[in-house]
Design a protein. Structure first.
Lengths: 198, 514
């Protein structure tokens, strides 16, 4: 089981916003967020790709003449929304991974027909729809690569952080050393003992 | 009277990401003493001369003594040096800064060139690399070797701020000049700041594309880690006040817009009070002027009870960013024997604090320690799973696994050679320092299972475990190549030795098996 923790702030307009969380396409959370709230969920991951969707539902854009946004003279006074402050999987922040993908807007009655379907956001949720990301197991290995691994560049070996998590050349050298050590084990174990006893 | 014209030269291999601080200080000392002086940074000029940076980095294996220099590389360096004949020829005296053993070969080549082409120039060597020597009694240090070979006129040991003035005034019969009886300076707050006006600051290969400079907060170390030779150069720990340090950093910002700093200290937090005071002042300034300072360096982890409340929160507010930590081993027992004096629980507390406040750590490791047992080794393997979260969340940004323990001269460890019945396998001369034998292949009668093969096996297991848990292994390929050289030397030694005999070298007192 994997711990998913969401620190979110709900912003009121007519009612409190509803946060919806899907894991592998199953709804695992669907409830209103009143002011600042922490949601803690346990995920049961598959061996293959796992999908997390975090979003909002139930915001009205004019259907039945209901608007969950209140404005006077163009100035917004209230807007139903959720701000994701921090989202973690097993204590590792994944908000950066969630917002790498554009927010997927769910078209809702009352919205313009040509309204954009996706939007680059930073954790705020102002439309019905969701952020999403995929993860695999082992979790920390996956998150490390997703968050920090970059293409390797050729710069000074003392300060070349781009080679981190690229192990192909390490493995080749390690194999060669192991074959030398195997040869030593096979051919020279007697002389090793003699030296220790010398 | 005509004043003597002085040139202060830096040589590879130094960092190329920041202008050299030691020669920037030396230049200011000479200037303040009223003598004409200029600087020549052959390190950065060589880096830019090669155009292909890969060639510069390839030479690291040569400077580290891990492979011999090729004929082509030697010719390239000699050609490069010869291009500075006219410039160097304008001066009467050159001060060459020998930062460490990685500078020895280049220094020797520069000195040979000057002696041959510009024989009237006086050569003075200084820097920590002057004192570098091999282990064993009666071992000669680099400065003496160069003087005996006629490749320098004078060498300076210890801190140069006062001694250089003596050399300028031709007072050569003083402690620290052509001898190792140097006197430490006690007061650091009154020393001149480095003067980077002597350097072309646009020549450097800055990380993050922002100007960054070195800063010195202290000299010496509060610890006496058994494998470390810092006390050889700086027997006593001295530090600048926090206020003095913050004032220098703020001054660099206000005069040159420099916001990034790297501390050269053995430990930035050797004096917790000075460190905390500096952070307080920087945090206040940062907050008031929204500067965005970023700085880092080497620190020691400490038991939480030694630290003020909310210490790391303040460090973060002051701009603390990346810290190199000599964690060394997963075994509390071995780390204690190394005299590090912090535990795995202390480490975990520190990592939690780092994670909470957005600070970053690079772990430095020394494995295959003299007293390491198989249980100790297993303790080291455990850390990779235990702290994998801190890799995933970006707190641990690098780990340098090292290339297993070896002995440095004048360290507590070197003084343990007799008591632990350490002996060396005679595989011939050291690659870089041909006057001395290669001492990487050691074994101990008091810990016989940890022979060379076992040490290599453990190091490989550690490396593979780090890969399994996706740790950010730094310099990994170079480290394993060093291990491969060791493995080959060991293999060839075993192949050739028929009837092993142990002989004590009368000159050094070391025991060699051949």
């Amino acid at each position: 089981m994997i711990n998913l923790r969401i620190d979110a702030v709900g912003n009121f307009c007519n009612h409190w916003p509803t946060l919806v969380v899907h894991h592998n396409h199953d709804v695992i959370f669907n409830a209103q967020i009143e002011q600042q709230q922490t949601v803690q969920l346990l995920l049961e991951p598959n061996e293959q790709d796992n999908h997390i969707h975090i979003g909002m539902t139930g915001k009205m854009f004019g259907a039945d003449n209901i608007y969950d946004t209140k404005a006077i003279d163009g100035k917004i006074l209230q807007d139903l929304s959720i701000d994701l402050k921090k989202v973690t999987l097993e204590d590792v922040d994944i908000l950066d991974l969630l917002i790498r993908n554009d927010f997927q807007i769910q078209h809702t009655e009352g919205m313009a027909e040509d309204h954009v379907k996706t939007m680059q956001c930073q954790g705020e949720i102002c439309f019905n729809g969701h952020y999403f990301m995929t993860y695999r197991l082992p979790l920390y290995n996956y998150l490390t690569n997703a968050k920090w691994k970059v293409p390797s560049k050729n710069v000074s070996r003392h300060s070349n952080t781009t080679t981190r998590f690229h192990y192909e050349d390490h493995a080749k050298e390690l194999d060669e050393i192991e074959s030398i050590l195997d040869d030593i084990d096979t051919k020279f174990s007697d002389i090793r003992s003699k030296i220790r006893d010398s | 009277m005509t004043l003597i014209q002085n040139l202060v030269i830096s040589v590879p291999r130094l960092e190329i990401h920041r202008p050299p601080i030691s020669t920037a200080i030396v230049c200011n000392v000479i200037k303040q003493a009223g003598h004409p002086v200029e600087a020549l940074d052959l390190n950065i000029k060589f880096f830019n001369y090669l155009e292909d940076s890969e060639k510069f980095y390839d030479l690291d294996d040569v400077w580290a003594g891990e492979r011999p220099i090729t004929k082509e590389e030697k010719l390239s360096i000699e050609k490069f040096i010869s291009e500075y004949e006219t410039e160097i020829g304008k001066y009467d005296r050159v001060f060459i800064s020998v930062f460490g053993s990685w500078c020895h070969m280049f220094t020797e080549m520069v000195c040979k060139f000057i002696r041959k082409q510009l024989p009237n120039i006086e050569i003075v060597l200084g820097g920590q690399g002057v004192l570098t020597a091999t282990i064993g009694k009666n071992a000669k240090h680099f400065g003496q070797i160069m003087k005996d070979a006629g490749l320098c006129d004078t060498f300076i040991t210890g801190e140069g701020e006062k001694t250089i003035v003596e050399v300028l005034n031709k007072n050569l019969d003083v402690p620290g000049v052509n001898n190792v009886d140097f006197k430490q300076l006690n007061e650091l707050d009154n020393l001149p700041f480095p003067d980077y006006g002597f350097y072309h600051l646009d020549e450097y290969d800055y990380l993050n594309e922002e100007k960054e400079v070195f800063i010195v907060g202290s000299r010496g170390c509060v610890r006496r880690c058994t494998y470390c030779d810092v006390a050889r150069y700086w027997p006593n720990f001295r530090f600048r006040s926090g206020e003095n340090l913050a004032t220098e950093m703020i001054s660099h910002y206000e005069h040159h817009g420099i916001k990034r700093f790297y501390f050269t200290d053995s430990l930035i937090n050797g004096s917790i009070k000075a460190f905390h005071d500096m952070c307080n002042q920087l945090a206040e300034y940062n907050d008031k002027h929204n500067v965005g300072f970023k700085w880092g360096g080497q620190i020691i982890f400490r038991p939480p009870k030694q630290l003020p409340k909310d210490h790391y929160e303040l460090v973060a507010k002051a701009g603390g960013d990346l810290f190199l930590v000599g964690y060394e081993t997963g075994s509390d027992k071995v780390r204690w024997e190394m005299d590090k004096k912090f535990s795995n629980d202390d480490t975990e507390w520190q990592l939690e604090e780092f994670s909470k406040h957005g600070l970053h750590a690079m772990f430095l490791m020394v494995t295959g320690y003299l007293t390491e047992t198989i249980q100790d080794h297993h303790e080291t393997l455990k850390i990779f799973k235990r702290w994998q979260r801190f890799v995933a969340d970006g707190t641990i940004t690098q780990i340098d696994l090292g290339a297993t323990l070896y002995f440095l001269a004048d360290t507590p460890l070197a003084r343990m050679i007799d008591s632990h019945q350490v002996y060396f396998l005679d595989v011939g001369a050291d690659i870089e320092d041909k006057q001395n034998k290669n001492n990487r292949l050691w074994q101990s009668k008091t810990n016989p299972t940890l022979d060379v093969a076992e040490r290599l096996r453990r190091q490989i297991e550690i490396h593979r475990t780090a890969i399994k848990y996706n740790w950010p292994v730094s310099r990994g390929v170079n480290r394993v190549r060093t291990l491969k050289v060791m493995a080959k030397l060991y293999h060839d030694f075993l192949k050739n030795v028929q009837d092993p005999k142990m002989i004590e070298d009368a000159k050094t007192g070391l025991r060699w098996v051949s």
